[in-house]
Design a protein around this ligand. Structure first.
Ligand code: ADP
Ligand code: MG
Length: 212
């Protein structure tokens, strides 16, 4: 479960955006919306502990992450948060499968190769497991990033503009995959987007308020 209250986020001491109130239950999804530049990415990164929380509370299951020190926060993120970045952040030179297996390696978690393979298979990448990241199509790379985010059965999956630049059919596929990965992990899912098509599918909508 994710519970955010009066979050003020920014970089350094400079407040950029506010999210007043949001609760997302396990296996459920919410959208964080707002115009371009309103601070959606900043708020998402603050929830992940990668931008600064200047005020307010962020609870992920029973942990108030804003109270964790930097090392504990990094450890918590590696173990409990799955991220789908806007530019995906796949590592070139590594296969799709190895991109999945790098995450548990980095966070010291158990490497569940069978689950990585099963996730890639379910996301339609059975024949692309060994393909290097840079040879994947945009859609394949997106699905690899979703599989990677779901691998460790995180408590929370954060996805930044996952449907940007996708046509309507691909948009529905990616949303369905994200929602399925979320239910399968028992995670809470938060999607930052200004895409109206996503807002039509997800009832729980919160708004990023730009500051200043
Ligand atoms: P959105 O995702 O809604 O388009 P962002 O969170 O990316 O909005 O940006 C909100 C504001 O934060 C913008 O004014 C942007 O210029 C600023 N910003 C984004 N990244 C940084 C950064 N790393 N350091 C300082 N300011 C930033
Ligand atoms: Mg953004």
């Amino acid at each position: 479960m994710l519970k955010v209250s009066n979050l003020l986020a920014g970089y350094g001491a400079r407040p950029l955006a506010r999210l007043s109130d949001l609760t997302v239950g396990d296996g459920e999804a919410a959208v964080l919306t707002g115009p371009s530049g309103s601070g959606k990415t900043t708020l998402l990164l603050a929830i992940a502990g990668m931008a600064d929380r200047l005020d307010g509370t962020i609870e992920i299951n029973d942990t108030e992450v804003g109270r964790l020190g930097p090392r504990a926060r990094d450890r918590h993120r590696g173990r409990h948060i799955g991220m789908v970045f806007q530019d995906l952040h796949l590592v070139p030179g590594l296969s799709a499968l190895d991109n999945l297996l790098l995450a548990p390696y980095a966070s010291g978690a158990v490497r569940d190769r069978d689950r990585a393979i099963a996730l890639l298979d379910r996301l339609g990448l059975a024949t692309r497991r060994q393909a290097r990241a840079e040879t994947l199509s945009r859609g394949e790379a997106q699905r690899t990033a979703i599989a990677r985010a779901a691998l460790l059965r995180p408590s929370l999956i954060l996805a930044d503009e996952p449907t940007a630049s996708l046509d309507d059919d691909a948009c529905i596929v990616v949303l369905d995959l994200l929602l399925e990965a979320t239910r399968d992990s028992g995670a809470a899912l938060l999607i930052a987007t200004h895409d109206g098509r996503v807002k039509q599918r997800v009832a729980n909508v919160a708004v990023a308020e730009a500051m200043g």
